[in-house]
Design a protein around this ligand. Structure first.
Ligand SMILES: Nc1nc2c(c(=O)[nH]1)N[C@H]1C(S)=C(S)[C@@H](COP(=O)(O)OP(=O)(O)OC[C@H]3O[C@@H](n4cnc5c(=O)[nH]c(N)nc54)[C@H](O)[C@@H]3O)O[C@H]1N2
Ligand SMILES: Nc1nc2c(c(=O)[nH]1)N[C@H]1C(S)=C(S)[C@@H](COP(=O)(O)OP(=O)(O)OC[C@H]3O[C@@H](n4cnc5c(=O)[nH]c(N)nc54)[C@H](O)[C@@H]3O)O[C@H]1N2
Ligand SMILES: [Mo]
Length: 738
């Protein structure tokens, strides 16, 4: 999130595209409704008439997977009518001219043909949004779960930059995140292609963390097959199954197939192609689930050995820092000690490390931090938090000491609920110190990219992360200076450029920072502190990239979903070429798209989303008696006209056939919330395997109160071209009465 939830109070126009906060973020929805009461216009673009749409001033139905075409259609009208912020673009954006060229090709008429939204409506949304100053843009999974998901998440900030809405209160791109602390898990690198803090998987980063973990770089290297594997992305949540089932992928994985799977804190039935996951799980030598509940995938298994369920403590039984959707970190206190034989996650990981023979190295930094404080034992989770605040400098976690985080948590009442600003002793700080929080004196950054206030008050430019100049020789520095600094755009601060940037370092300080940069340093925070003193942003003051020169799609382009309901458009707007070694698996795109005329056999577009009473797979909530009762059955929403055509009545059981030779037995619910060519299913069920009830598979006393077919048994093949996120917001199916 570039801004924060309460900041929407300052918006005049809230554009919600691919998100349903009324169901999925009810607290954020309160803020959105308050902004509406204060005069903001709420506009929802969604293929499904959601509960959020029901509360909006305007609802526009879009065909799923076509948001890029919509935005180019809007930009076409904005540019033609001179409604874009040229100064902002010229001073702060690289490559916006390429976006203008693409937008000029996408007339509102063509955008209408692709999206299904009338051309006049596209003009009207564009004009209203451009004239509202400022406008906020909200998205979530409706945009990311597509082969073009990453392009979707690029085109939305580009739209906001064209409108000059970035870096302003009431503007920004506001991505309402998923799970409790999911922002924290990405900050901490629960991703296979980065190190904590989004550090690149390269030698410099490994050496940086080796220092902070007090281990030798060579020792870390010795844990991998070789240096190449140490610096390669791992399998993703969505691709590991191909590492078990498709021998060709061994070449991407150090010449070996995957042999064991350890699952900690994620549902697995939530990933597409569930049938293949089940097959892969049953082929492995060892499967371990670390979970407070019986992880739903375990129930699908046919194996009778080497599958272990290790009971983990829940979040009520653990404590530590957790990150909110707006990058604020909050301290969480333990409510109770773990019940029965449950153990907190870190205790289970320590036990693993002991048996693998590296517990001493694993915990060494915690002991070193304790030693500096005169203790012989470490304190969990405080010392672990200190470790991460000392090491993660890329995004500026240095200022988030456990002490500061606890003080904020214990004094909620001393922070303004709309601006997050502290009062009394907290004056000048923002609640939860939203990152970047560059030093123990820095207040946190409530609104990203606001270059109209000094860095020491939460201001910043765009990050300079791709070199000082673009391949075509343009400067990647902003043309504007930050207040309280005389230098215009500038590179990331390092020991090498400190003097030329006017940082004042003593001889002793110079020695202490030798060879380091704002992100790579150890034992002191001198470079960041001196940058703040000089009014500079440690990670530079740059231009945002509208053109990403090293990606396949240098600018976002509309591409038809692999399994498109508009088969007539797949040649004009083809999907990506196939991608080898994508998170260690060879993944199909265009070859799958043209394998057959999919829509002929599977004529219905399949949408999926969520229910308010259930969370994720529903593992936890379907095990809660009263929540299970609110939504006790899986269902599929079908348009009454389509149901009439298929001779299906409300409440009939139907077979939904997916494109991967799988099917699901689901109850029909007739509804005008979908259009006649689409159906909608919730993602929150599992426990029924293509008609077969799996209740007897649960260990005694652990069965969920409500079970149902999993949406992902029938989801289509397809993965984001950059992140490998499954394409679960598009896909085709066929429906027959059971
Ligand atoms: N009650 C409850 N709350 C939750 C969760 C839960 O399971 N239950 N899950 C949490 C998690 S992990 C997450 S990530 C968030 C997800 O939060 P949301 O993203 O809001 O959740 P969804 O309902 O999956 O999808 C949002 C909307 O996107 C629309 N959509 C689908 N395809 C497209 C498209 O191509 N374009 C556009 N414009 N819209 C599209 C869907 O119809 C849907 O209304 O919710 C979190 N909150
Ligand atoms: N078709 C379709 N599929 C989707 C989506 C969709 O919209 N449509 N949305 C996708 C999205 S955005 C998401 S995030 C996923 C859902 O995300 P998942 O992570 O798959 O869903 P959850 O059910 O929340 O799974 C969390 C698991 O962690 C366990 N758990 C809870 N607390 C702890 C803890 O403290 N420690 C440990 N070790 N375990 C714990 C829970 O019991 C549960 O088994 O679904 C994805 N799949
Ligand atoms: Mo999510």
């Amino acid at each position: 999130m570039s801004n924060h939830i309460a900041d929407m109070m300052f918006s005049k126009y809230i554009f919600i595209i691919g998100a349903n906060p009324a169901v999925n973020h009810p607290v954020s929805m309160v803020h959105i409704l308050r902004a509406k009461e204060a005069g903001a216009k709420i506009v929802v673009v969604d293929p499904h008439f959601s509960k959020t749409a029901a509360k909006a001033d305007e609802y526009h139905r879009i065909r799923s997977g076509t948001d890029i075409a919509l935005v180019y259609g809007m930009l076409h009208h904005i540019i033609k009518n001179d409604l874009h912020d040229k100064k902002f673009l010229q001073e702060r954006i690289y490559g916006y001219e390429e976006i203008i060229k693409e937008a000029m090709k996408m007339t509102p008429e063509e955008a209408s043909n692709i999206t299904g939204i009338p051309a006049d409506t596209i003009r009207h949304i564009a004009e209203d949004m451009a004239k509202a100053k400022p406008a906020s843009l909200i998205w979530n999974q409706g945009l990311t779960q597509h082969t073009v998901g990453t392009s979707n998440t690029r085109i939305m900030p580009i739209l906001q930059m064209f409108l000059g809405n970035m870096g302003k209160n009431g503007g920004g791109v506001n991505i309402l995140r998923g799970h409790d602390n999911v922002q924290g898990s990405s900050d901490m690198a629960a991703n296979p292609d980065i190190l904590p803090g989004y550090y690149a998987l390269n030698e410099a980063s490994w050496r940086h963390f080796a220092k902070h973990w007090y281990v030798e770089y060579e020792w870390l290297l010795s844990r991998f097959k070789d240096k190449k594997m140490m610096e390669s992305s791992g399998y993703a949540h969505s691709t590991w199954k191909f590492g078990v089932l498709e021998p060709e992928n061994a070449a991407n994985n150090g010449d070996t197939m995957l042999r064991a799977l350890v699952v900690i804190g994620t549902g697995m039935t939530s990933v597409s192609l569930l049938d293949l996951q089940k097959k892969a799980m049953d082929k492995l030598e060892l499967v371990v689930f670390i979970d407070p509940y019986v992880n739903d995938l375990a129930i699908y298994s046919d194996r009778d050995n080497d599958l272990f369920l290790l009971p983990a403590a829940s979040q009520m039984e653990s404590s530590g820092s957790v990150a909110a959707t707006n990058r604020s970190y909050q301290w969480r206190s333990k409510v109770m000690e773990p019940l029965f034989e449950c153990k907190e996650d870190q205790e289970i990981l320590f036990e693993f490390a002991k048996r693998f023979g590296f517990l001493e190295e694993y915990q060494r930094s915690l002991y070193e931090i304790a030693k500096k404080d005169g203790r012989s034992e470490f304190i969990w989770p405080e010392d672990a938090t200190t470790e991460l605040t000392q090491s993660i400098r890329s995004i500026g976690l240095q200022g988030m000491s456990p002490k500061r985080l606890k003080a904020h948590q214990e004094n909620w009442h001393m922070f303004d609920k709309v601006t997050l600003e502290g009062k009394g002793p907290f004056k000048g700080e923002y609640y939860g110190l939203p990152w970047p929080c560059w030093s123990d004196k820095h207040p946190g950054t409530p609104v990203f990219y606001n270059d109209s206030i000094p860095v020491m008050r939460g201001g910043m430019g765009f990050r300079v992360n791709w070199g000082d100049t673009s391949p075509d020789g343009k400067s990647m520095f902003s043309a504007r200076s930050l207040p309280s600094s005389k230098i215009a755009g500038h590179p990331p601060v390092s020991a090498a450029n400190a003097e030329s940037l006017g940082l004042k370092l003593s001889a002793e300080e110079k020695k202490a920072v030798e060879g380091s940069t704002y992100a790579l340093g150890f034992g002191n925070n001198i470079l960041a502190e001196k940058a703040l003193e000089a009014g500079l942003c440690p990670y530079g003051n740059g231009r945002a990239r509208a053109v990403v020169w090293n990606w396949y799609d240098k600018i976002p382009l509309h591409r038809e979903p692999i399994h498109s309901v508009r088969g007539d458009l797949v040649d004009k707007y083809p999907n990506f070429p196939d991608k080898p070694n994508h998170f260690r698996a060879n993944i199909k795109y265009r070859s799958r798209q043209i394998e057959k005329d999919w829509v002929k056999e599977f004529p219905i577009n399949m949408l999926s989303g969520r229910l308010v009473s259930h969370m994720g797979t529903g593992t936890e909530t379907r095990s809660a008696k009263y929540l299970a009762e609110v939504h006790s059955e899986m269902f599929v929403e079908i348009h009454p006209d389509k149901a009439f055509e298929l001779d299906i009545k409300d409440g009939d059981m139907v077979w939904v056939y997916g494109t991967m030779d799988t099917r699901a037995l689901i109850k029909a619910k007739l509804s005008y919330r979908v259009d006649v060519n689409s159906v909608w299913i919730p993602q929150n069920f599992s426990g029924l395997d293509q008609g077969k009830n799996l209740l007897d598979k649960y260990p005694e006393g652990t069965a969920a109160y409500a079970i149902g077919e999993s949406a992902n048994m029938i989801s289509s093949y397809g993965f984001d071209y950059n992140t490998a996120c499954p394409e679960t917001k598009c896909g085709l199916c066929r429906i027959e009465k059971a």
